[in-house]
Every structure is written in structure tokens, then in C-alpha cells.
Design a protein around this ligand. Structure first.
Ligand code: GDP
Ligand code: IMO
Ligand code: MG
Length: 428
């Protein structure tokens, strides 16, 4: 029996604090692997005096001697990738040693980003609120069997392949009333390609399975969140990949029988960036306070994040789809300002009680129903042990565990690596 792959992923609409928790857990693993998404992700790490946002590179990169692997399910923009690498190399990270990239990962072209922009502009008010990083068009080319992959960068006819895909994109773009200029971008793109060619490019499905055979521990790092999943999220206001546990199988080439622990990360409240339904969204002062206290601004686009109370039916749904075995709660400290904390326990749909996430979230007929719990009104950011938790926080945790039927193993009380409280043993 070989070792299993543990999966860590977001259970809400992204930005749950995945990057921080991966960084904290990395010492317990040998390999950290991204399996989907691309530079639409922004994973923030804070340790010592450093604050750093990663987009495509796994969040284990600051731990020397660990392998950081970008799997086949990820889409890579050479421009952003090179910028990320240059910044890390400046900080002394040995990228050539620690980073491995799948030959089968797809490549984002400058014209993919233009197509993203054109599609969103045409949708007008109905836009997805995409990060405009070319994610949708690149995954469309992947499933449409037109895409370029990292392995193709080494082929003798690579330029021809690039030109051919680019002209296809230009033909499509000519049907839009959309202005774009990719000249500058193209230059940076080819520089990025040259940089990628100097790195470790591997058959990552083989590598991951070899790691498992030799009992090396692998942590798969999700991007986005379950409610942004292409199949199970609030479609069409989703991203274009499978953000759920199953995505780790297809995005790394590991069999479902090889999945071990599934660590689901959630905020003690809820946020969303971009368009789309959000049943517990707050448009009042409380929402403003959450945004202010939680510094809720996008790590990739800087956009203000929409804020609201925690949504238990949505969390239960994400736990079910992902097979979550342990929960990690982040940003409990942000709730310290409130006298009372609300929890959405169920909804009403057109006046009728509804305990689960309905097919159509895009409707005013769906209303959240809340239970109110007492707040703790205590600064949590300096706490180091569960024994110091205020009674109301312990009660909040107990309440959530009972409702969600999964243990909360980690409570995060601040953005820094050190502000993390482990309640029970980390995965063996
Ligand atoms: P990710 O995309 O899931 O990795 O999350 P982001 O990095 O986009 O957003 C999470 C934000 O919350 C970042 O600014 C983190 O530094 C910060 N953060 C993470 N955990 C905590 C926490 O427990 N408390 C507070 N106050 N901030 C946190
Ligand atoms: P991390 O990994 C939050 C959102 C966008 C938009 C929708 C589609 O940092 O949690 P896309 O660029 O994929 O076409 O955008 O998904 N989105 C995210 N929201 N965190 C992310 O990643 C996100 N990645 C995409 O705002 O609503
Ligand atoms: Mg983020």
C-alpha cells in the first residue's frame, strides 16, 4: 500500500486562506502540488516580516527541500509565471531545484486574455466578473482540443502552432466589438516561454505516483473554492475548472483510491469576489465592517470582496461533494468586533423551508434564515493555544462541528504563519 495524497481546498467562493494553511502544513509533507486553476488564484502567505502573494506557484515554495509541483490540470500564463519566479528568485528561492511543471499543463496565450475581456465586455451587466486572466478561453481550448501545452514549447514547430492558434483567436475576436493590443504582451510572453524552458519540465503523473510509491507525502493545493466549481458551483458564475477533490485526481493523475485526508478550509464568515449569487451577502454596515476588519480586497485584482455571514447549507454541500474529513476555520479574529454573530442554518425558497442549496441560486426567491450566537468581543490574534479561547468562540466551534458533522482541526486567528492553532494532530 502506498501513501495517499491529502487534498486541501476552499469550501466557499475562494480566498478562504488556502495559501496560509498550505504554508503552515508544508513541513508535514514532501510535495505540494497545484492541480487546477491558474493565475486567477491569489494565495497570500505571511511569515516573519514577509507578505507574499502566489498565483500559479504552490504555497510550499518558501520551504527549501520540498518539491512544488504544477500539475497537468493547471493553466499557465508565461508572463505571470515569469514575474512570480523572478520575484521568488530575488528572495533567494531556488526555483530550478524546487519547482517542477507538468508537460501536460496548458498554456494561456495573450489572445486568450483578449478573448476573456471580449466575452465579459459583451455580457455587460451579466458578466461573470472574471479576473480576466484568460482562464475560461484556455480551458475552452483544452476541452475543444485546440490548446497548447507546456510540452509543445519544446517542439520544432512550436512557433507554427502558436501562430495557428493565435490566428484562430484573432478570427473569433474580429466578431466582437472589442479593442485590444497584444503587441507588448506578446514580447513578454515569449520571454516567459524561454524562462519556462529552463525549468524542470516533467511527466508529473508519473512523478506523483512514484513519490507515493516511495512513501513520500503529497499535499494537493486547491485554487478558487467549491462554489466556483464548473460543475457544482453557482453556474454560470463560476471558474472553468473542477475545484473539488475530484479535480485533484484529473489534475495530477492520481486515482480516486489514492486520496487520503480532505482538508476543507472555510472562513468564519463568507466572501465572494466577482458577480453571481451570494445568499447571505450583507449590503449594510455589518458587511462594510467585515470588509474593513477582514481586509477583504482581492489578492489578484484588488477588487473589494462582497461579505456576508457564514452559510451552513452551502458549506454542507461543499463538504458532501468533496468528502471533507477535516475542517480548518480561518479569520475567526475578524469576528471579534461583533456583539452577535449570525449563522445561516437554512433558507426559504418562495416562502417554503429549504435545507440544501437549490439548483437555481440566481433568484430573489431564496432567503437565508439565521440563528444568532453571542460574539466573543476578545482580540484573538495573540492566542497560541485552544485553552485560551474565549468561551463564546469555543461554543461557536462546537456549534459548527455539530451542524457540519466534521471536526475543525485548525483555527486560524491572523494572517501570519504563527497565528495558527492546531486543535488535534495533523494528518499522519
Ligand atoms: P486564498 O486564495 O484561499 O489563499 O486566500 P487569500 O490569500 O486570497 O485571502 C485570504 C486573506 O486573508 C489573505 O490576505 C490572508 O493573509 C488573510 N488571512 C488568512 N488567514 C487569516 C486569519 O485567520 N485571520 C486574518 N485576519 N487574516 C487571514
Ligand atoms: P483563489 O485561489 C476568489 C472568481 C472571479 C470570478 C469567477 C471567474 O485565490 O481562492 P475566472 O478568472 O476564473 O474566469 O473568474 O471566479 N475567482 C476567484 N474568486 N478567489 C479566487 O482564487 C478566484 N479565482 C477566480 O472573481 O467571479
Ligand atoms: Mg485568493
Amino acid at each position: 500500500m502506498s501513501t495517499k495524497v491529502d487534498v486541501l481546498l476552499g469550501l466557499q467562493w475562494g480566498d478562504e486562506g488556502k495559501g496560509k494553511i498550505v504554508d503552515v502544513l508544508t513541513p508535514h509533507y514532501d510535495v505540494i502540488a497545484r492541480f487546477q486553476g491558474g493565475p486567477n488564484a491569489g494565495h497570500t502567505l505571511e511569515f516573519n516580516e514577509i507578505k507574499h502573494v502566489l498565483h500559479t506557484i504552490p504555497s510550499g515554495i518558501f520551504h527549501p527541500d520540498k518539491v512544488n509541483l504544477v500539475g497537468n490540470g493547471v493553466v499557465i500564463d508565461p508572463i505571470i509565471f515569469k514575474k512570480e519566479i523572478d520575484a521568488l528568485e530575488k528572495m533567494g528561492v531556488d526555483i530550478k531545484k524546487s519547482l517542477q511543471i507538468s508537460r501536460k499543463a496548458h498554456v494561456i496565450l495573450p489572445t486568450h486574455c483578449a478573448l476573456d475581456g471580449a466575452s465579459e465586455a459583451e455580457k455587460g451587466k451579466k458578466k461573470i466578473g472574471s479576473t480576466l486572466k484568460g482562464i475560461g478561453p484556455t480551458y475552452m481550448d483544452k476541452t475543444g482540443r485546440n490548446g497548447l501545452r507546456i510540452g509543445d514549447l519544446f517542439l520544432a514547430d512550436f512557433q507554427e502552432r502558436y501562430d495557428s492558434l493565435k490566428s484562430k483567436h484573432l478570427r473569433i475576436l474580429s466578431h466582437y466589438d472589442f479593442e485590444y493590443d497584444i503587441t507588448e504582451k506578446e514580447k513578454a510572453w515569449f520571454e516567459g516561454v524561454e524562462k519556462i524552458k529552463t525549468l524542470q519540465i516533467i511527466d508529473s503523473e508519473q512523478t506523483v505516483n512514484d513519490f507515493l510509491k516511495s512513501d513520500r507525502k503529497v499535499l494537493a493545493e486547491g485554487a478558487q473554492g467549491s462554489l466556483l466549481d464548473i460543475d457544482f458551483g453557482s453556474y454560470p458564475f463560476v471558474t472553468s475548472s473542477n475545484t473539488v477533490t475530484a479535480g485533484a485526481c484529473t489534475g495530477l493523475g492520481v486515482a480516486p483510491t489514492r486520496i487520503g485526508e480532505v482538508i476543507g478550509i472555510f472562513k468564519a464568515y463568507c466572501t465572494r469576489v466577482g458577480s453571481g449569487p451570494f445568499p447571505t451577502e450583507l449590503f449594510d454596515e455589518t458587511g462594510e465592517t467585515l470588509r474593513k476588519e477582514g481586509h477583504e480586497f482581492g489578492a489578484t485584482t484588488g477588487r473589494p470582496r462582497r461579505c456576508g455571514w457564514i452559510d451552513l447549507p452551502a458549506l454542507k454541500y461543499a463538504i458532501m461533494i468533496n468528502g471533507v474529513t477535516q475542517l480548518n476555520m480561518t479569520k475567526a479574529d475578524v469576528l471579534s468586533v461583533f456583539d452577535e454573530i449570525k449563522v445561516c442554518t437554512h433558507y426559504t425558497y418562495d416562502g417554503e423551508r429549504m435545507d440544501y442549496l437549490p439548483y437555481d441560486l440566481n433568484t430573489d426567491l431564496l432567503k437565508p434564515v439565521y440563528e444568532t450566537l453571542p460574539g466573543w468581543k476578545t482580540d484573538l490574534t495573540g492566542l497560541t493555544a485552544e485553552s485560551d479561547f474565549p468561551a463564546e468562540l469555543s461554543a461557536y466551534i462546537d456549534y459548527l462541528e455539530e451542524k457540519l458533522e466534521v471536526p475543525i482541526t485548525v483555527v486560524s486567528v491572523g494572517p501570519n504563519r504563527s497565528q495558527t492553532i492546531q486543535r488535534t494532530a495533523v494528518p499522519a
